[in-house]
Design a protein around this ligand. Structure first.
Ligand SMILES: [Zn+2]
Ligand SMILES: [Zn+2]
Length: 427
């Protein structure tokens, strides 16, 4: 496991399409093989090939591939790989005799294994469906998406939006099932660095090495961001999605986000995600919040759309006789979106002046860096797709978005949830 993590670090710090990165992937595939993670091993073998794995080492990796396929019960493919390997060995006997002998011996063992398996067809158990995903809410609440009928939604000037039990709740009853609007991997504490001859490599392992930075899945076979050596993902798809949604902006910020802490990071990511909803609407909500009409965008052509962003903002569509619940839609229904997050109370008056000061300083440092990064991207004539991801909405008016980030930082203090896991450090 240690080797896998270290090869991941190697992957993160290597340039794409070099022998270095291909060797790191190939060696990590060997580590994953020893950990019985055959699917992940196969993926790394493909990645090593994509980045130009040297021809002279190919047979070793093909043998590993065949072994993986055998262990996964994919015997047909294993056979094909063996045939391919044998023909390439016969065509180019480039290896030194001793390693050639070892390879031939392993190949022989493998062929015996395939034959045995073919005669004794095994049934592979289907992956166990995770209990929680299958847990049902029972009849779903019409007022709140993803909640059971045992709760109802209320609002209160002091507490803000909250759930109240509508009936007696049984132990273990599932009440709410909702994906997080936003999540950030908390890097956690870095174990102290031991100095010494045997420790010339930084072998410290943190959460950042073990979990996908987007979906938080535990993985040893991470795929790194091409632009930094920090962000890494469980798959190419997660990397792509993260890049499109927020990482293109976060990537050039470097170590600043780590320094400012996880709340600041979450707050930034919330505002980055808000760009994918109605940006004009969001900006108007923020203007109302700051009371500064001067920095508002010009009125939209369609002024009918009214928002329930505050208790004051009743619209003609609201349910007559009821206080509209902040963050719900015009029909009074709660939906998981930015409007719902935005209307959580920041409890500004309850935070200590010191805390508010630190939050404000952090956000202004962040905005300064965002502005610098966007200017740099513009002057460097980066690929237009990258530039687009940085500019719209966010850098156009950083004053507005700075207000949003600060509001979220204050909200997070009592609205964020942490998921923790216990890891044996071996110390
Ligand atoms: Zn992922
Ligand atoms: Zn990056």
């Amino acid at each position: 496991m240690g080797a896998a993590v270290l090869y991941s670090k190697g992957v993160s710090h290597s340039r794409p399409n070099t022998e270095d990165i291909s060797l790191c992937y190939a060696n990590r595939s060997a580590a994953l093989f020893h950990l019985d993670q055959y699917e992940a091993c196969l993926e790394d073998i493909v990645r090593a090939g994509m980045h130009g794995y040297p021809e002279r080492l190919q047979p070793k990796m093909m043998l590993r591939k065949a072994e993986c396929l055998v262990n996964l019960g994919r015997l047909q493919e294993a056979r094909q790989t063996v045939i391919h390997l044998e023909s390439s060995l016969n065509a180019k006997p480039t290896l030194v005799s001793s390693s050639h002998q070892i390879l031939q011996r392993n190949l022989h063992h493998l062929k015996v294994k395939i034959r045995e398996k073919e005669n004794l067809p095994e049934t592979f158990p289907k992956a166990l469906t995770r209990a929680f995903e299958d847990m049902a809410l029972g009849e779903e609440n019409k007022q709140i998406s993803g909640a059971s009928l045992s709760v109802s939604l209320h609002t209160d000037p002091l507490k803000g939006r909250h759930l109240v039990a509508a009936k007696d709740i049984l132990p273990g009853e599932l009440l709410v099932k909702e994906d997080a609007f936003v999540s950030v991997l908390n890097p956690g504490e870095t174990p102290p660095l031991h100095y010494g001859l045997e420790n010339k490599w930084d072998t410290r392992v943190t959460n950042g090495d073990l979990y996908c930075h987007r979906c938080l899945k535990h993985t040893l076979a991470t795929v790194p961001c091409g632009g930094c050596s920090y962000a890494r993902y469980c798959s190419q798809e997660c990397m792509q999605k993260a890049w499109e949604c927020y990482h293109s902006t976060e990537c050039p910020l470097g170590g600043l986000l780590l320094t400012l802490g996880v709340f600041c990071h979450v707050a930034l990511r919330i505002t980055l995600l808000a760009r994918f909803e109605d940006v004009d609407r969001v900006v108007r909500m923020l203007c109302e919040e700051t009371g500064n009409k001067d920095i508002c965008l010009p009125e939209k052509k369609n002024p009918v759309k009214t928002l329930h962003c505050t208790n004051r903002g009743e619209s003609e569509n609201s349910i007559i006789g009821e206080t509209p619940i902040p963050g719900c839609n015009v029909h009074g229904k709660y939906e998981s979106n930015y409007n719902a997050v935005f209307s959580l109370l920041p409890h500004t008056e309850k935070h200590s002046p010191e805390h508010k000061f630190i939050c404000a300083i952090s956000v202004s440092a962040l905005c300064k860096q965002l502005r610098a990064a966007s200017l740099q991207a513009r002057t460097m004539h980066l690929k237009s797709s990258k530039l687009e991801a940085v500019t719209p909405g966010l850098c156009a008016d950083l004053t507005i978005w700075g207000v949003a980030i600060l509001r979220h930082m204050l909200q997070l203090q009592c609205n964020a949830q942490a998921i923790t896991s216990i890891r044996h450090t071996g110390v």
